[in-house]
Design a protein around this ligand. Structure first.
Ligand code: GAR
Length: 219
């Protein structure tokens, strides 16, 4: 069967991109990375695209007069590579409403907290400051509301006494690297379904997996 074509958007280090590229390099993995788009020319993650022989493009917001024209340029590149699913992986630009509408239900983000807790930036410090004992990562569908789209899967890790934001970030990042490929596989296998909920955002159902498969617990 044809593999699902993913487009991965990055802005920096690209360790989540690397985890997706590694998964896609497995012969029986049902998805491939068709293109990597970076918002920054100096993003370290671009080297991963080269190493795996995946086409890459840099699109700088500085070359566009407003958010939507930048978004449309990104979309044009994704379309030209036949992308079917967009994966945000440390992509640090906020879209205009146009982009998540154009790619509705076909755009994922990974965020380093257990949403809906701790949206936005400085997420690990937010978790430490709140005194939570558990934090983690969330893969969710992207909607025009920041960090608020339907949740697909989560990975939970403990927050230890004396944790710094750096220590917690490293623990969560290791879990992110397991979580994102798992979700990409489910999309490619056609297991991800949205169930409408009256007056609320839809709920994600993953068909044909164990009831607890969408939660990774990494103590
Ligand atoms: C990851 O921790 C990702 O969850 C986070 O940025 C990091 C990117 O690392 N994303 C966000 O905070 C989005 N709101 P990476 O470039 O090594 O994948």
């Amino acid at each position: 069967m044809a593999k699902l074509k993913a487009g991965v958007l990055i802005s920096g280090r690209g360790s989540n991109l690397l985890s997706l590229l590694r998964a896609c390099a497995e012969p029986d993995f049902p998805a491939s990375v068709a293109v990597v788009v970076s918002s920054h020319a100096d993003a370290a993650g671009l080297a991963h695209a080269d190493r795996f022989g995946v086409p890459k493009t840099v699109i700088s917001h500085r070359d566009y007069s407003n958010r939507e024209s930048f978004d449309r340029a990104v979309s044009t590149v994704l379309e030209s590579h036949g992308v079917e699913l967009v994966c945000l992986a440390g992509f640090m630009r906020i879209f205009s409403p146009w982009f998540p509408t154009r790619w509705a239900n076909r755009i994922l983000n990974i965020h380093p907290s257990l949403l809906p807790s701790f949206k936005g930036l400085d997420v690990h410090q937010q978790a430490i400051d709140a005194g939570v004992r558990v934090s983690g990562a969330t893969v969710h569908l992207v909607t025009p509301d920041l960090d608020a789209g339907p949740i697909v899967a989560q990975a939970a890790v403990p927050v230890h006494q004396g944790d710094t934001a750096e220590k917690l970030a490293a623990r969560i990042l290791a879990a992110e690297h397991e979580l994102y490929p798992l979700v990409l596989r489910w999309f490619a296998e056609g297991r991800v379904r949205l169930e409408p909920v009256a007056g609320k955002i839809p709920r994600v159902v993953i068909d044909g997996v164990a009831p607890d498969a969408a939660l990774l617990w990494r103590p």
